[in-house]
Design a protein around this ligand. Sequence first.
Ligand code: ATP
Ligand code: MG
Length: 430
Amino acid sequence: MATTLQAVRGMNDVLPAEIGAWQHLERTLRELLAEYGYDEVRVPVVEPTELFRRSIGEHTDIVEKEMYTFTDSGGDSLTLRPEATAGVARAVIANGLLRGARLKLWTSGPMFRHERPQAGRFRQFYQFSVEAIGFPGPDIDAELIALGARLWRRLGITRVRLLLNSLGTSAARAHYRAALLDYCRARESELDADSRRRLQGNPLRILDSKNPAMRALIEGAPLLTDYLDDDSRAHFAALRAMLDGLGIPYVLDPRLVRGLDYYSHTVFEWVTDALGAQDAVCSGGRYDGLVGQLGGEATPGIGFALGVERVVALLQQVGGVPAAPAPAVYVIVSGARAEAQGLRVAEQLRDSLGKGAVHLNLGGGSIKTQFRRADRSGACLALIVGDAELERGVVAVKPLRREAGQSECALADLGAQVRKWLEEESWTST
Ligand code: ATP
Ligand code: MG
């Protein structure tokens, strides 16, 4: 016997039992993003490796050890995207969309990172990525956060908190970096291997360490907030005032740094206490240097990425997934002639019903079996297409959601009659 093949570790199938939650989240986000004036774009899943090196940064976990990189048969180094912001920035530059424009864009799809698979952390995972390019803020920063807050309300998700910080300008960070280096060098023996490595390339990343043994050292480190220049402080203060005005609560977290180098000024993260260790469900920030860094005209930007699997898990916890709509009609067929006629009846109903699914019994079966399938489908009405009825030019109908007998309908009137019956049964498509 051939061995069965398994999916790649950390890469999941999404099966019909779970797809309702995914679709509900996707539908809700699509509607909300349109309401806030965002347009969808689709960018490739594979990009030149160079794009991620130049945007995310050489000394980040993603670029150092998490990318799926390969050389294609033409000899080019390509990478499965670990996130979408870099691709969207590349796309607006390469397609000449900038030129002083103000762009509100979103994209969604799978991302790939070679991380250690565990609950809430996968090697292929899905993100919604929302990007506003050409807005200096802080008004857009506040609106983007308000959009997130509204999303949680619409989804009925309450166990999320907003963490907020400012990374300031790159000049302020350079200043701070020196202070942090002094602090860490004086305690080099207490650093774990990862942090020691980061000391060389990107000491700010030490603050993002998830190693509990590093906690005390991180707690005592100098704060970036104390090194912000006046403009950064003003931007951050204005954002906070706007959030206060909107009544959106936040927690200031001076140690919130993000795992990607392109962030500046505002950074934020929606976190939950309902999913265990993987608590970040939506993370974002301002990336004013990114477009310039990738060769476009200097253009400010801000965005966030929402982790779909983690939000789906929250949705399932709160039971916020609407039930899948039941079909309107299940067509039962009985007899040799009826089989061909059943197909035609089902197609005719699909034409005339517009909304509402029509399921047709396929592959035969006794009447009893077919009625059982009809019941299980959740359909409102069963239509019985039988040889005997066809002789008389009629089909039989039976309501399935209540005790009731069968009645008949002329084939010629079927569409109109079924619509009427569905109304009487108070059937709705949702
Ligand atoms: P984390 O701190 O959990 O590693 P991150 O800082 O790497 O997250 P981002 O790169 O900003 O996160 O990605 C945005 C969102 O995508 C995260 O908030 C999270 O919800 C989700 N996400 C990130 N990595 C994974 C993964 N490996 N599996 C599932 N979801 C993920
Ligand atoms: Mg990560």
